[in-house]
Design a protein around this ligand. Sequence first.
Ligand code: GDP
Length: 462
Amino acid sequence: MRQPLTRELTDLLERGRDRQLRLAVTGLSRSGKTAFLTSLVHQLRHAGLAARLDLLPAAREGRLLGARRVEQQDLGVPRFPYDRAMAALDDSPPRWPEPTRGISELRLVIRYRPRRPGWVGGDTRRLTLDLFDYPGEWLLDLPLLGHDFASWSRAQVLDRGERATLFADWRQAVAGLDPAETVEEGRLAEIAERYAEGLRAAREAGFADLQPGRFLLPGELEGAPVLQFFPLPGLERVDQARLAGLPPESLYATLARRFRHYQQHIVKPFYREHFRRFDRQIVLVDVLGALDAGPERFEDLSRALSRLMQSFDYGRRSLLSRLFAPRIERLAIAATKADHVTPEQHEPLTGLLEALLAEPLQDLRFADVPVRALSLASIRATEAREVDHQGRRQPVLRGTTLDGETTLLFPGEVPARLPDADFWTRQGFEFPAFRPLPRDGDTLPHIRLDVALDWLIGDKLT
Ligand code: GDP
């Protein structure tokens, strides 16, 4: 008869095993990935010393002994520029780190004492934490895998609202093109560049629902023909059979070929080689930035998020499951830059994030993927204060703007639900960008980064 394994034997086996976790941080541009990862690495490196991580039990109980950087496994992925980021924060005056533009990686080995040390071996253990940072824009490309070139072209609506203006140059360049004509290579590159310019202008203007994602963050693919395509307007008016019969050198066939190449050689490999292998992920969302930017941008963020979240749709029939059969153990979704609002607004901020992501959250819970929504500030730039206002105590923030002006302000109330038209006319929401606070010794001030850490890796430190 087989004996159940004793606890000590299990401990021994576990220690022999490679204890390793792959954690990915994502979010759209400027959602706060670089700040988050920099702070996370800093907090873990100073755990047990200056870092304040009271809401991470291993740290509170004095069992987290610290972390050091070691050489990463995948030498083909750029290293996350942690030292450069810290140098910016330590500058005088402090600066926000330059954001990363593609995927990057950093490996930490964390030393900790387990809650109940076994009697075999020493009483400290190691957890190897592989951290990845990649643009959320890349996830906007997943739905593109469910299209062919014609249906993708039809799905891009660029002749309405503000987008019509932002894409005006491209629309002019593409107007009157016939799918059957032969377009010279240089001309194609030029029109594609106009399209990419439109995407960049739209992003600058605060739009987020933009495709293809690599056009915005091309990295080493800058100028490659695989990024030289664009949707072809008016295809709904052309007969499918006629399109299918066009010769390979026609405009339509050329664009369709490049589109397929983009699907096969850019989008799919990212999911296969990286995304599928992440054990846990955190998605960062700049909800406050979108509130500040007004109703059209806020709606756009909402659309972009539902598209981005399709990459976490583990339903059996989802595109993701069918193509990549991924596995993820745990997911966190965080509204960043919470220090832009006064503390009593943090709860509504989490409420608003949950409302924005209501459907994907429901699907994730249904698919039994543990998920948690929270609000946090990776690196605090403001301090919470109170002032007397007409005989009442009013919470305010104190911060230094990027121009060096120290101000006290109340940025507004965060709606705990999706804002209606009334919210935008009645109240609105406004705040300036602040400089990060100067570092106090080895302490990098944050809000609830320890809660995020507990959710993402806490169970591995018990
Ligand atoms: P990324 O493009 O997702 O890597 O975004 P970054 O980490 O570069 O953040 C974009 C900008 O958001 C930064 O330059 C800061 O101005 C701001 N930011 C990021 N994190 C915080 C935070 O915790 N608090 C505040 N106040 N601002 C933040």
